[in-house]
Design a protein around this ligand. Sequence first.
Ligand SMILES: *[C@@H]1O[C@H](CO)[C@@H](O)[C@H](O)[C@H]1NC(C)=O
Ligand SMILES: *[C@@H]1O[C@H](CO)[C@@H](O)[C@H](O)[C@H]1NC(C)=O
Ligand SMILES: *[C@@H]1O[C@H](CO)[C@@H](O)[C@H](O)[C@H]1NC(C)=O
Ligand SMILES: *[C@@H]1O[C@H](CO)[C@@H](O)[C@H](O)[C@H]1NC(C)=O
Ligand SMILES: *[C@@H]1O[C@H](CO)[C@@H](O)[C@H](O)[C@H]1NC(C)=O
Ligand SMILES: *[C@@H]1O[C@H](CO)[C@@H](O)[C@H](O)[C@H]1NC(C)=O
Ligand SMILES: *[C@@H]1O[C@H](CO)[C@@H](O)[C@H](O)[C@H]1NC(C)=O
Length: 730
Amino acid sequence: MRRGRWVALVLGLLRLCLAQANFAPYFFDNGVGSTNGNMALFSLPEDTPVGSHVYTLNGTDPEGDPVSYHISFDPSARSVFSIDPNFGNITLIEELDREREDEIEAIISISDGLNLVAEKVVILVTDANDEAPRFIQEPYVVLVPEDTPAGSSIIKVQAVDKDTGSGGSVTYFLQSLHSTQFAVDRQSGVLRLQPGATLDYEKSRTHYVTVVAKDGGGRLRGADVVFSATSTVTVNVEDVQDTAPVFVGTPYYGYVYEDTLPGSEVLKVVAVDGDQGKPHRVLYSLVNGSDGAFEINETTGAISVTQSPAQLQREVYELHVQVTEVSSVEGPAAQAMVPVTIRIVDLNNHPPTFYGESGPQNRFELSMTEHPPQGEILRGLKITVNDSDQGANAKFNLRLVGPGGIFRVVPQTVLNEAQVTIIVENSAAIDFEKSKVLTFKLLAIEVNTPEKFSSTADVVIQLLDTNDNVPKFTSHYYIARIPENAPGGSNVVAVTAMDPDTGPWGEVKYSIYGTGAELFMIHPITGLIYTQPWASLDAEATARYSFYVKAEDMEGKYSLAEVFITLLDVNDHYPQFKKSIQKEMMVLGAPVKIEATDQDAEEPNNLVDYSITRAEPANVFDIDARTGEIWLKNSIRSLDALHNITQSGDCTWSLEVQAKDRGSPSFSTTALLKIDITDTEVASRKQSQNLSPGNWVPESILLFFLSNCLLNLSNVNLYSRIFKGAAQGS
Ligand SMILES: *[C@@H]1O[C@H](CO)[C@@H](O)[C@H](O)[C@H]1NC(C)=O
Ligand SMILES: *[C@@H]1O[C@H](CO)[C@@H](O)[C@H](O)[C@H]1NC(C)=O
Ligand SMILES: *[C@@H]1O[C@H](CO)[C@@H](O)[C@H](O)[C@H]1NC(C)=O
Ligand SMILES: *[C@@H]1O[C@H](CO)[C@@H](O)[C@H](O)[C@H]1NC(C)=O
Ligand SMILES: *[C@@H]1O[C@H](CO)[C@@H](O)[C@H](O)[C@H]1NC(C)=O
Ligand SMILES: *[C@@H]1O[C@H](CO)[C@@H](O)[C@H](O)[C@H]1NC(C)=O
Ligand SMILES: *[C@@H]1O[C@H](CO)[C@@H](O)[C@H](O)[C@H]1NC(C)=O
C-alpha cells in the first residue's frame, strides 16, 4: 500500500515537470564501474566505519540549472546515510551489520528546482569477518564404557560462524595438542579415542577434553582476523567387569594358641571386586593346605580352626584361599588366590621338669667313696629332664649350681628331653675330710623364652671315707730345751700328728729313732717325749740332741718330723772382773771402761749389769749399766770443778763397781777401781804409759752374738747350721 502511494507521488512530479516543458535533471549513468552517479551496483562492506564518505551522487540538468541531491529511506528502516544536497556526497551515519541486514534500500533524487527525479536503489552490504564460531548443543557430557575400542568416535561437537566464506568456515582441534587418548576430526568435529588408546575406569573415571573451534580468518576493519571458541567435553568412563578380585590386608598370618577353642575364628581374609563401579559379590573357598584343620566361611572369609590345638599335627599350616566373583554373565568367573600362613603357637606353659625312675622328682641322692677318678660318671643318679613345650619353648640349659669345678653336667643344652649325666671333674675336691656331703642344685632354665621358666632338683652326694690321709705333724721340727739338771723321766716335748681319716685310718702311733734318741722315749699314743728314767744329762758332755719322730696310722702310712733338744744352762757362774783392783787414767771428756765376764753359756745368765756401789771422795761418775763405761757427770767440765768438790785438789778417785748377772738367782761381784783424772795435755804426756785394752772386746762380742743366735728359736736355718757345725766338730 505504502509503496503504491509513493509511486503515485513520483508519477505526479514527473507530470509536473513535463507540464512546465522544462527538462528534468538526471543522474549520470554510464553503466560502467563507479563512473556512474546513481549508486547503481554500489556495495558497501559491513565494517565500514561510521562517518566515512562512501559515495557521491552525480547528475546534471539539461538547462544547466543547479541541481540538489536527496536521499530517503523507508520510514520503517534505519537512515544509514546522510547527504550533502549541494555536492551529493554521501556519509555513513549508522553501523552496518551484514548478518542482520545484508542490503539497504533507499530513494535517491535529484532536483533542479522545478523538476525532481527520484530513483530507487538497493545497496549491497558485503561481509567482513566480524563473527566468532559458537558451539551449539552445549554442554557436551558423554558416558563411555572403559572397554570402548581404540579409534571409536565418542561424540560430535559443532560450532557455527555466521560469517560467510573463509570467516564463516569452522575447523576443530583439541586444545592440548599432545593428547594421547583423544583426537578430534578437523572438519566434522567428531571426538574419537586415539588409535591405540584405551580407557581404564580403575585409573581415571573422568576426562575433560577441551575442543577449540576456529574460523578460516578474514578481513575486519583493515586487518586479517581469525576467531575461535572453546568448549569442554566431559568424558565419563563407565566401569565394566574387567578386573579380578583383589585381596586386601595381605599378607595373611594367623595364630592358633594352645588355649584356642575349636570353632574359633583365626583370621579373616577380605577380597573386593577390582571393578569398583559395580562390584560383584565374592565367595571364598579353601584350595589346599588345611588338612581338615581349618574351614572358611564362604561369604565372610573368616577362617576358623576345627580341631583343638593339641590335635594339630603341624606347627605351621600354609593354606591357599581362593576368591571367586559371582556374576550373572556367562563366561569364566574372575578369581584370585592368596596364601595364608597359620602358626600354631606354643604358649610355653611348661617349665622343664626333672624325673627320677618313678616320676617327677626334685631330690636325688647318691653315696660314693671320696676321690673317684676324674671323668667317672655318677651312675647311681638316674635323672631325666624334659620340657613338653614345642620348638624354642622346649629348649633349655642345664647347670649344676654349687661348689665350682667339681662335677660337670652334660648335656648343657637340651631340646625337649635328655638323660642327665654328672661327671667327675676334680677328684681332689671330692674329699670326705673336707665335707662329708656335697650338695648341688641341678638347674634347668629355658633359653629362648621370655618367661625363662626353670626348675631345680637337689643332688645330694654322701661321701664315704678312704684312707687317703697320712698322719701329719703340726710342725716339721720340734725344739725343746730342758735344764741340764732335769731328773730322769722328765717331760721334754709333746709332738702331735693329725690324721683326719676316720677309724683306724685316723689313729696315730708315735715312735722315735735316730742317733741321739737313746736317752729319750715317746709315748706311742700321746706323743709326749720324755727322758729315760735312768738318763742323767750332762751339758758339759753333750749339749744338744736331735732325732726323728714318726707318726704312723694303722695301715702304716706315716710321716716324720725332727726333734732338736738343747740342754738348758743353769746360772752357776759369777760375773768376773779381770782384776779385782784396777787403776785407770781418765782424760777429761773421755770414758774409762770396766768389764766383767760371766762364764754361763746363755742369756740372761751371762748378761751383766754394772753399777757404782761406792765412790770416794764423792760420786762424780755415771756408769753405763750395759757397757761398763764410766763418765764424769755432765755438770763437771773441768779439773777446777773437781778440785772444788774434793776441796783438797786431789785427783784420785776410788770406786767400788758391781757386776751383776741377770740369772735367777742372780750373782754379783764387785771390783775396786782407782781413777786418776787428768786433762788432755797431761794425758798425751802419759800416752806412752797407757795400756791397750787387750783382746777381750771381740771375744765378748762373739759370745754375745752366739748366745743371741742360739736363743733365737725362730731362726731355724741359722740355728741348725750352727748346730750341725758344732755336732760335726764334736
Ligand atoms: C560528473 O560526471 C561528469 C560526466 O561523466 C563528469 O565529467 C564530472 O566530473 C562528474 N562530477 C563529479 C563531481 O564526479
Ligand atoms: C561535499 O563535497 C564538497 C566538495 O568536495 C565539500 O566542500 C563539502 O563540505 C562536502 N559536504 C559534506 C557534508 O561532506
Ligand atoms: C596349593 O595350591 C597352590 C595353588 O594352586 C599351589 O601353588 C600349592 O603348591 C598347593 N600346595 C599344596 C601343598 O599342594
Ligand atoms: C558365615 O558367616 C555368616 C555371618 O557371620 C553367618 O551368618 C553364616 O552362617 C556363616 N556360614 C557358615 C557356613 O558358617
Ligand atoms: C618326661 O620324661 C619322663 C621320663 O622319661 C616321662 O615319664 C614323661 O612322660 C615325660 N613327659 C613328657 C611331657 O614328655
Ligand atoms: C770453786 O769454788 C769457788 C769458791 O767456792 C768458786 O768461786 C769457783 O767458781 C768454783 N769453781 C768452779 C769451776 O766451780
Ligand atoms: C730372731 O730372728 C728374727 C728373724 O730372723 C728377728 O726378727 C729377731 O729380731 C731375732 N731375735 C733376736 C732376739 O735376735
